[in-house]
Design a protein around this ligand. Structure first.
Ligand SMILES: Nc1c(NC[C@H](O)[C@H](O)[C@H](O)CO)[nH]c(=O)[nH]c1=O
Ligand SMILES: CC(=O)[C@@H](O)COP(=O)(O)O
Length: 151
């Protein structure tokens, strides 16, 4: 991205909880639009699918597809009765971190890993902790950093 053009962001949202996903997306897009960034969003079933979706987008870019200056991962993981919470939480985070480091991605991680719905709502709501907006601002900050570093 040249310093004159607006950053273009890919939002990958896991709509496991539709209403909470709406809140995260509202916060993230409000932050992007406030910064003058453009964005597009794709949806995956759950947070485990977010890292491979980003990898697919990167592959498509290499094949002449859309260039994304940054990425935002949005989702909610709520602990249930089994170890699956740990798998979904830890593996989605590991996948995102592996991609971000290996591909030098400007990535904001807006995946909430919480114990219950009350904790989730406090974090997804744009008029509360607004973690969707925070993830968007993190991605934008990393784009600016990458520009400053010259790559
Ligand atoms: N329990 C939650 C999941 N589980 C689904 C996985 O993310 C994945 O889609 C499935 O294992 C098929 O590969 N996903 C969430 O995003 N949030 C949850 O609370
Ligand atoms: C985080 C999850 O995968 C969770 O929703 C699954 O619930 P459970 O552990 O009760 O199967």
């Amino acid at each position: 991205m040249s310093s004159q053009s607006a950053p273009h962001i890919l939002i990958v949202e896991a709509r496991f909880y539709d209403d909470m996903s709406d809140a995260l997306l509202a916060g993230a897009t409000a932050a992007l639009e406030a910064a003058g960034a453009t964005w597009e969003a794709i949806t995956v079933p759950g947070c485990l699918e977010i890292p491979p979706a980003i990898a697919m987008a990167l592959d498509a870019t290499e094949d002449g597809g859309t260039v994304y200056d940054g990425f935002i991962a949005l989702g909610v993981v709520i602990r249930g009765e089994t170890y699956h919470f740990d798998i979904v939480s830890n593996e989605s985070s590991r996948g995102l971190m592996n991609l971000a480091v290996s591909e030098s991605l400007a990535l904001g991680n807006g995946i909430m890993t919480v114990e219950n719905e009350a904790q989730a709502w406090a974090r997804v709501s744009p008029d509360n902790l607004d973690k969707g907006g925070f993830a968007a601002r993190a991605a934008l900050s990393m784009i600016a950093l990458r520009e400053k570093l010259g790559n």
